[in-house]
Design a protein around this ligand. Sequence first.
Ligand code: ZN
Length: 302
Amino acid sequence: MPELPEVEVVRRGLEDHVVGRRIVGVDVTGVRTARRQPGGGAEIEDRLTNRTVSGARRRGKYLWLTLDDDDAVGADCLLVHLGMSGQMLVTDEGAPPVRHMHARALLDDGRELRFVDQRTFGGWTVVPLADALDGTGVLLPAPAAHIAADPFEEGFDPLATARLIRRRDTEIKRLLLDQTVVSGIGNIYADEALWRSGIHGRRRAGALTLRSVTQTLEHARDVMSDALVAGGTSFDALYVNVNGASGYFDRSLDAYGRTGLPCARCGTAVVREDFMNRGSHFCPVCQPAPRRSAVGRRSVAR
Ligand SMILES: [Zn+2]
């Protein structure tokens, strides 16, 4: 699954290479790629043809292209679901077809924007823009209107988000992954942010200080920002690496995927435990697990 830094690298690539181009022809061959569109591939072809790509936007892990100059409520945008393995490729005119190519848009400069997706969990949908439900005044694709701001956004307020997290008072990691609380933090960066904070993911948010929750959100932003720098902004690397294999993003990780390896802070072996059908990776010394009775004691204290 691509994480926010990978999606951001794709967005930058699209901004550099596709924004400003007019779409002169569209061909959607993948039935699954168009499955979210009521009118299927034919509707996507219809609604994209002769439109000019005016912007490449992202919130959390959602990525979309705005069309024409019409950046207003109700205007069409192309929502790109990368799924597990989706890639947005820009190829030169006359480039040979590749395997797992399910959609392509011919641009007015002769190049092609292609959607390649081996596992077909991804897809394209043309949807209207809507006001974000969080009141930030940002326009989002309607199916993503409920998504909260991500830590890279100007309108993101770490302190207000930390207050919201503490009020919800469930496990901190569950809240970091809740896209209606803060978007864009996936399993990898939740583990990394918690490691940097020295907090176990199963600790209850309401039992943590406002300062430590705020810091955890700042760590999440920093660790994703570091990944973005490490991942580079090379156009080629971007399209190779957006397949979700994580590749070079892993090099700077301190907790995720490091089961049995020494913690960079104290040398204790990193532990993995099951969490929300995935894994949590943490240092058992730097990030002590909550006591089992913590939940009961807290409700009594209230
Ligand atoms: Zn440690």
